[in-house]
Design a protein around this ligand. Sequence first.
Ligand SMILES: Nc1nc2c(c(=O)[nH]1)N[C@H]1C(S)=C(S)[C@@H](COP(=O)(O)OP(=O)(O)OC[C@H]3O[C@@H](n4cnc5c(N)ncnc54)[C@H](O)[C@@H]3O)O[C@H]1N2
Ligand code: MOO
Length: 420
Amino acid sequence: MNFPTRIGFDEAQTIVARVAAGRRLPAERVALAKAHGRVLAQALDAEIDQPGFDNSAMDGFALRHADLQPPGLDPAGETTLRLVGEQFAGTALDLRIGPGECARITTGAPLPAGADTVVMKENTSLDGDRVRILSAPKPGQHVRRAGEDVRVGDALLTAGQRLTPSRIALAAGQGMDRIEVVRRPTVAVFTTGDELVEPGLPLRPGELYDSNRELLMGLLRADGLEPVAWPRLPDEPEAVASALRHAGHAFDVVLTCGGVSAGEKDHLPALLQAEGRVHFWKVRMKPGMPLLLAESHSALEGGAGGLGEALFLCLPGNPVSVLATYLTLGRALLDGLQGRAEPRPRLRARLRTGWRKTHERLEFLRGLLSCDEDGQLWVEPNPADGSHRMRAAADSDALIVLGEGERTLEAGGVVDVLAY
Ligand SMILES: Nc1nc2c(c(=O)[nH]1)N[C@H]1C(S)=C(S)[C@@H](COP(=O)(O)OP(=O)(O)OC[C@H]3O[C@@H](n4cnc5c(N)ncnc54)[C@H](O)[C@@H]3O)O[C@H]1N2
Ligand code: MOO
């Protein structure tokens, strides 16, 4: 074996990041509508001011604040102004307000020349062309100044940021209709095992339903990818090899689950050692220990023989192992291929109940988050910690990170958590 094995989680993270960085996917220019959730490939600077012009934040009347000061005040303590025009949102009308005058204005409409303040409609009463100001606004109130949000030349977004709806809206507000994003990795999903049956079909003794396929497809889709599920693979080396070669030539990443451990029917490690280069096999994490990352020789040499160009990330078959390995190292690989620069959020929470670890490995235990009235985040570990206990994962919403070597964790102790 000339590859790292039984490595620590940190080392696995480092290798994943290095392999992904070496295969950063190219940029492409796409319509904004197609950019949601993607990673920005190129920094964006502001090309126009936002707001583009001084405008009203309220429906009401645009006026000169100086007119509201004494001697403008009438005996009743209120100002009355003369209505000289209307400015609605849309085309700027070149209106001008002189002393003692005001103009009707709507939200978003350009402020007429001479005006510096807006009074809300609710604080006025109208009688013909006389507008009584019942409650005086502060100087400049309800005016949104040109460029107060964004100025030409401001750095708006940087390469590597994920395009959230707010960021897409920021680009749209700049008038951009296309944007430079990193191409999404194409991903094939394989489940393997003679014991697996498609949900909806009858089960025979010794069989179980394939639940990992939906799990993986859902996790990938939630991360904005469009994975393709392969027909389930039997435990036959030739069938597995042929499917991997096929997918390896057609996809950026092949995600498999099952058949990667030490059993007589676990063919993936031997196959990937023979036809490719294994970056690591087995990580000291629980669940998910037998995880394997490989690529074909031909990909490394720039050719297209053997297993093609894809990266192969082989997840263990146990359902909770699939969840934990995908959320940690699988997602890191896909993020890295897209040059995603923003780290995924890691929260810190206090353990509601103490936990005793029975092994040395780093553990991603399932737990349920809650926040108390003081804003303190808590996590309740689920005692069903077997890597086949999908029910516990479904009842939970976070992975609790219990460090390598740690054994006894007291209730109230602070732990890292990864919400899912
Ligand atoms: N002698 C050893 N045995 C095992 C080791 C080991 O190091 N030495 N590792 C254990 C650990 S830890 C794990 S995790 C599993 C992983 O094994 P495989 O990746 O080879 O997975 P399988 O054996 O194919 O399946 C494991 C388990 O998961 C069920 N499974 C598989 N695919 C699906 C699916 N699509 N949907 C639902 N359930 C699935 C499968 O029936 C098995 O029960 O190995 C341990 N053994
Ligand atoms: O590492 Mo395995 O995933 O515990 O069951």
